[in-house]
Write a protein that binds this ligand. Structure first.
Ligand code: PLZ
Length: 447
């Protein structure tokens, strides 16, 4: 069955944002949904395709967030939609641990193939990034028979009890939600823009400090896993300095520690390589994936060394919905798109356009303290002029301006002062440049 999901890839405003129909439905949102849920843009979306979101008032908004790095292959991607329609009519659910189906197995075969390293690998499918991280930690502890987990400043790993403990930032993620899981140890992260030490020795200094802390405060022989985002996502798109990830991964290997790369946000062609660790040739023992994996359907995965993934007794891993057949079909469509539509090259191209334009903005507007990122995962950190003091007010003003003109951008950062760009990798150059023009107007309007 084919359906027409197309939408003209053009920004178009027919009402103010939010329009009258959105305002009405948003009243029902407030009345019916938990106040604990945030909202980046106050409009109600009716349909979407590639990089355009159309709201119920008919406004067409440029999406520079991809639903937080999910719709890398584009919203309502044709390959995803076709496979989902076919699958949902064939099987809606059996539970893979009750009665298996082939699409789950096929997704795992592909993940075992495309994740870094040519050692034997095995995979597990679950529903969300947080669940993938939880399972990676569970398996690493079971395998090593050790309790401790090493994580980093600025890290984000999810909202479940264990993953809140793994996450660094208190408000909004942790405030009032404790007590948290124990045996989690947080290490400094080499945030180069805010590093107090010597910039030229940041990698060695950070690694020395971390390994010393591990030796003195935990004991390396007690550490099951080192868990790290190869590019810190929610924490503000922090790219670790060259050599840091390889150094950390070597240290893990020397000490029998499972090295887990959380690629939930940085994975699936986003950074211009299939995975962010690929840029430095780092081969993690386990990798957690979600978001871009299935073009928007809820699916997540853990892939790891076969001997690690197989250490658990049968029945030790699972879940009712993990690897649902419709989500797996979507993943097969998305994975086909990564393989066939040259999306790593597109991410590099988008990255170059973003980088050039953001660097130019930074040279005109001193409120932009730093431009950073990799591929189609770029960010700007806003500060008060002449200092590095975080400037979340400027972020809010820029975001509001962009929204009012039909451009959706997302924020990030421990200090709430980062604007991040995560466009669908299928965004056209014209649409991206149009959005960047609006961003420039937003900065001009700050003055
Ligand atoms: N690990 C690196 O980025 C999810 C969070 C959105 P889930 N990031 C978006 C929000 O406000 O809840 C994320 C991530 C990294 C794990 C996760 C968790 O993934 O699919 O949201 O559980």
């Amino acid at each position: 069955m084919t359906v027409d999901t197309s939408l003209v890839q053009e920004r178009r405003l027919v009402t103010p944002i939010p329009g009258p129909k959105s305002v009405e439905v948003l009243k029902r949102r407030s009345a019916a949904t938990s106040a604990g849920l945030g909202m980046a843009i106050p409009v109600v979306i009716e349909r979407a395709h590639d990089a355009i979101l159309q709201d119920i008032d008919g406004n067409c908004i440029i999406d520079l967030g991809s639903g937080i790095g999910v719709t890398n292959v584009g919203n309502t991607n044709d390959r995803v939609v076709a496979r989902v329609i076919e699958q949902v009519q064939a099987i809606t659910h059996t539970c893979f641990t009750v009665a298996p189906y082939e699409s789950y197995i096929e997704v795992c075969e592909i993940l075992n193939e495309i994740t870094p390293g040519d050692h034997p690998k095995k995979s597990l499918l679950v529903n969300s990034g947080a669940e993938a991280v939880e399972n990676a930690v569970k398996v690493a502890r079971h395998y090593t028979k050790r309790p401790a987990v090493v994580v980093f400043e600025h890290a984000y790993h999810g909202r479940t009890n264990l993953t809140m403990a793994l996450t660094a930032k208190n408000i909004p993620y942790k405030e009032g939600f404790g007590p948290f899981a124990n045996e989690i140890y947080r290490m400094p992260f080499p945030y180069s823009y805010r590093w107090m030490g010597n910039a030229s020795t940041i990698t060695e200094d950070a690694l020395n400090e971390i390994t010393l802390k591990i030796e003195k405060e935990i004991g390396a022989h007690n550490v099951a896993a080192i868990l790290i985002e190869p590019i810190v996502g929610e924490g503000g798109f922090l790219v670790p300095p060259a050599g840091f990830l390889p150094g950390l991964s070597d240290y893990a290997k020397e000490n029998g520690i499972v090295f887990i790369a959380d690629e939930v946000q940085s994975g699936f062609a986003r950074t211009g390589d299939m995975f962010a660790v690929d840029h430095e040739g780092v081969v993690p023992d386990m990798i957690t994936m979600a978001k871009g994996i299935a073009g928007g359907l809820p699916l997540a995965a853990v892939t790891g060394r076969a001997e690690i993934m197989d250490c658990v007794h049968a029945g030790g891993l699972g879940g009712t919905y993990g690897g649902n057949p419709v989500a797996c079909a979507a993943a097969l469509g998305a994975l086909e798109s990564y393989a066939q539509d040259n999306l790593t090259a597109r991410a590099q191209h988008i990255g170059a356009i973003l980088r050039e334009s953001l660097t130019m903005l930074a040279s005109t507007y001193p409120v932009i303290g730093e431009v950073r990122g990799r591929g189609a995962m770029q960010a700007i950190e806003l500060v008060r002029e002449g200092s590095k003091e975080p400037n979340p007010e400027a972020v809010n003003a820029v975001v509001k301006y962009c929204q009012s003109k039909g451009v959706l951008i997302l924020t990030a950062g421990t200090y709430n002062n980062v604007i991040r760009f995560l466009p669908p990798l299928v965004i056209t150059d014209e649409l991206l440049r149009d959005a960047l023009g609006v961003l420039e107007e937003a900065f001009a309007s700050l003055r």
